[in-house]
Design a binder for this molecule. Structure first.
Ligand SMILES: Nc1ncnc2c1ncn2[C@@H]1O[C@H](COP(=O)(O)OP(=O)(O)OP(=O)(O)O)[C@@H](O)[C@H]1O
Ligand SMILES: [Mg+2]
Length: 263
């Protein structure tokens, strides 16, 4: 495991061994949020084969050029997994370098395990795991007996994070700030949602994470991708966009989430 204990940057990894939970969306939103607070931010897309975060940032740059406006946009790097893993050292070197130059480095990871996913999890001070409000999503954290509702065993991602924590502790690194946050949460009341949230509250104590319901399912996130915008940009004068109640609520949720992650 590489040593970045002397680095000044806070390393934030966004991870979940489940695809499509909103990792890349959250990566850019958090980057913009921290930049608006005047922090110097770099992001690394370790899911370069899919490249959602990289496309999101490219769309943002294009939108800024086209409209001659300046929006906070993080310094950005992208890597994709190679059959011979030959970019491993390059990634490690980059993380160390960025750690000395930026206030925070945000690393987006793929939705399934590969060597870049594992490498990213060697570094976090903060690990953020977005999760949907379905029992299917919950399986990454724990499996349940469908009759009794009891936990049968730890989910594959929770086990992986447990191992990660032991390795970080063995290196004398600070306790991992692991946050599991709901994303794409159904805005309507539902029994299913209540069950998932109650289970996550219990699992939080067992596996050592903090849980927050996070962000609701809002169509605005899908729309904003095309222009590379975030819910935090919408109120800007130069965009001349009318804020709806849903936009305001989305912005508030994002700000609350950031406060929860960094209390
Ligand atoms: N809160 C939300 N409400 C509605 N749609 C959302 C929300 N968050 C993300 N999305 C949408 O969900 C889709 C998947 O999001 P995203 O690509 O960020 O997930 P991911 O976890 O990075 O996926 P992958 O595992 O494939 O990398 C995108 O279309 C995105 O716009
Ligand atoms: Mg992604």
């Amino acid at each position: 495991m590489s040593d970045i204990s002397n680095s000044k940057a806070h390393i934030i990894v966004i991870g979940n061994e489940k695809g499509g939970t909103g990792k890349s969306t959250l990566a850019l939103h958090l980057a913009v949020k921290l930049m608006l607070e005047n922090f110097k931010i770099a992001v690394i897309d370790l899911d370069g084969r899919q490249g959602s975060l990289s496309k999101y940032i490219a769309n943002r740059r294009k939108f800024c050029n086209k409209n001659t406006i300046n929006l906070p946009t993080p310094v950005h790097y992208v890597f994709e997994p190679l059959p011979d893993e030959s970019n491993r050292q390059e990634v490690e070197k980059l993380i160390k370098e960025l750690s000395t130059k930026f206030d925070a480095v945000i690393i987006d990871t793929p939705g399934s395990k590969n060597y870049l996913f594992e490498l990213a999890h060697q570094y976090p001070h903060t690990l953020i795991t977005p999760i949907g409000d379905s029992l299917v999503d919950l399986a990454a954290i724990a499996d349940f007996d469908t009759d009794t509702g009891e936990i049968t065993h730890a989910g594959h991602y929770a086990e992986f994070v447990w191992d990660t924590k032991k390795k970080l502790a063995a290196k004398g690194l600070p306790y991992l700030n692991w946050v599991v946050c709901g994303n794409k949460i159904s805005p309507i009341r539902s029994n299913n949602k209540n069950i998932v949230f109650a289970k996550l509250e219990n699992l939080a104590k067992l596996y050592g994470f903090r849980f927050t319901p996070g962000l609701k399912d809002r169509v605005i996130y899908k729309e904003l991708f095309l222009d590379g915008l975030t819910v935090l940009d919408l109120a800007r004068e130069e965009l001349r966009r009318r804020m709806t109640i849903s936009h305001l609520a989305a912005k508030m949720e994002l700000n609350n989430l950031a406060e929860f992650i960094f209390p």
